[in-house]
Design a protein around this ligand. Structure first.
Ligand SMILES: C[S@@+](CC[C@H](N)C(=O)[O-])C[C@H]1O[C@@H](n2cnc3c(N)ncnc32)[C@H](O)[C@@H]1O
Length: 241
């Protein structure tokens, strides 16, 4: 199994199976319900395309859009980034903060005498339908922002606008033609191709330099251990001005 292998997490149902018969009232309720249905929804490991694309970047201020259980934000913070991590689910954010605390405790045990290591992540509850980031960032990352109740175009445009000049935009998601065979993919419009990202976010403009715009295959494992090759849409771009 490679780094981008079946140990990765996005292999439950991105269609968002709901437990109760009542339709949830809001995105927050829907996602809280989904997160509460399991002690852990994702693998706890950083997304492989973030690791691949982000490892070479100089740390600064990062924004993680739709951070879920926090593995990406924690990975960034461990590499020296100061991170703002936003998500609509309070359950996911609480879990993320708990994982961060455990990671910091482990760090302080290794760094004997360093005392308590302060958090480098601001976990922020936020509905991306009504969202305005507070500042600009050296890195804006959004990984698998797929939700049946959310049109990705608006939030990802807002995310792109939050990249500082010279900063990096990294967007990763499932390619609609290369979805995992498991899961409930009743809304293919939740997913995006590399071309759709460039067009919808206006990245084919003189303000951006697109560095990576591709679909990458990787092995993935489903909730019952089943394996498949799936395709990640990967877009990395630098804001020029
Ligand atoms: C498929 S998960 C991906 C989570 C994380 N990025 C990862 O890769 O593990 C999609 C995330 O988007 C969040 N989300 C869905 N709708 C949202 C909204 N309207 N505002 C903010 N976050 C939302 C969900 O709570 C969920 O954590």
């Amino acid at each position: 199994m490679t780094q981008q292998g079946a140990d990765h997490h996005h292999e439950t149902d991105d269609g968002g199976t709901r437990l109760s018969d009542q339709p949830p009232q809001s995105a927050a309720q829907a996602w809280d319900e989904r997160y509460s249905s399991k002690p852990k929804l994702w693998s706890g490991k950083p997304n492989p395309q973030l690791v691949r694309e982000g490892a070479g970047l100089r740390p600064g201020k990062a924004l993680d859009v739709g951070c879920g259980e926090g593995a990406d934000a924690i990975w960034l913070a461990q590499r020296g980034w100061t991170v703002t991590a936003v998500d609509v689910s309070a359950v996911a954010l609480e879990r993320a903060a708990t994982h961060e605390k455990a990671a910091l405790d482990r760090e302080s045990v290794h760094a004997e005498g360093a005392g308590e290591i302060p958090s480098r992540i601001h976990w922020e509850p936020c509905d991306l339908e009504q969202w305005q980031p507070a500042g600009t960032y050296d890195l804006v990352s959004s990984q698998f922002l797929h939700s049946p109740d959310l049109a990705w175009q608006g939030p990802l445009r807002t995310a792109a606008a939050a990249v500082k000049p010279g900063g990096t935009l990294l967007i990763v998601g499932h390619h609609p033609d290369r979805l995992p065979p498991w899961g409930n993919h009743t809304k293919p419009e939740m997913f995006y191709t590399p071309t759709q990202l460039v067009e919808e976010l206006g990245l084919d403009s003189p303000h951006w330099q697109v560095e990576v715009n591709t679909t990458r295959e990787r092995g993935a494992a489903g909730p019952d251990g089943e394996e498949a090759i799936i395709g990640d849409t990967v877009l990395r771009a630098t804001r020029l001005a």
